[in-house]
Design a protein around this ligand. Sequence first.
Ligand code: FES
Ligand SMILES: [Fe+2]
Length: 393
Amino acid sequence: MGHQVMKPSTEELNLIKTVLAFDETGTTQLEPDVMLNPVSHYTDPNQLQTEIDILFRKFPIIVGHAAQLQDPGQYITHNDTGTPLLITRNKTGEVKAFVNVCRHRGARVANEPCGKANTFSCPYHGWTYDLDGKLRGMRQPQGFPDLDKSKHGLAELPAFERFGLIWVRPEPSSETIDIDAWLAPMAEQLASLRLETHTIFSEWSIHRDMNWRIALEGFLETYHFCSAHKTTACASYLDNQSPFLNKYPHIRNAVPLSKITKLREQDQQTWDYRSNFMTQNYLFPCNFVQAMTDHVYVHTIIPTGPGTCIFKCMMLIPEPVASDKAQKYWEANRSVVRTVFDEDFAIGEGIQQGFATGANTHFTFGQFEAGLQLAQRALNDALQGQLTVSVKA
Ligand code: FES
Ligand SMILES: [Fe+2]
């Protein structure tokens, strides 16, 4: 189940060298200053509403994997962004996304998590839409003598298939989003993961009682590994010596396995990146592509209220399961990761409960908690209108 050894990119070669230097000198990457983040960012309902309106409406969110929409007619629904989504592959093979809301009187047109269909018939009164969201027909049309069907299609949303993942910007818009420009800083690495050839081993969604930012921050620093994950992740990785590459507004956090120090005795020509790192890739505003040595977790964190969020995760493996041994191997991996995530979430819910005490007016992001600082800057920029998704002229 090992991965295919690939020649590291220049960036990856530099990451290896950086980590070996950290290890040799007992240092790590430092931001110039500590950063203070007001606790109101996590608690204020008005703050949350602004975040939903901007971060969760105006930026692309990962909603699935290409394997879920392999054939024309396959569709998935997604109900967690606050905009109910219907995502289809149409007859010409394009991925399309729509607001899953009937144009008659608003019922949800598709109600299964996934399926295959040529048309969607609204369960309320039977208006029917095709894979391109066009209104095809209705029962007893004599009741709507002047209705222009061409103006009553499902509202379309920008949707994209890139690097084997399905992305939707959950707000109708006439703008043409330049998804390639948006993902460009991460493109080389995402392409190298070849997620389009992976299959979904498992997916899950978890509701937790904490502000979405708390969950997000658990994946943006590695300072906590050897306390919060003392008996799990700590042993596998170098302690708090993971470089953060600013791929604004995204972040590549390369978390070295302890065994990386052995590379020092090895000819540089034989150095391998993937087998020596877990890579936490933050894709602004709420998506992660977390690459393990031989499989990948794709997660999204979405607020459902000021003190609640949903964590959605897909576990992608490089080839379909072909044996009991493989099944057991991937199950064991999933189980370890779910335990580690739960360790974070349990702490996160404790943080949430502590807000009401007023013990903190702000949180302090250390100089080596670089991911927190970088993400906070990008989030602030977006909330202040300084960062927008690239639009094609
Ligand atoms: S609400 Fe959909 S057909 Fe009436
Ligand atoms: Fe963690």
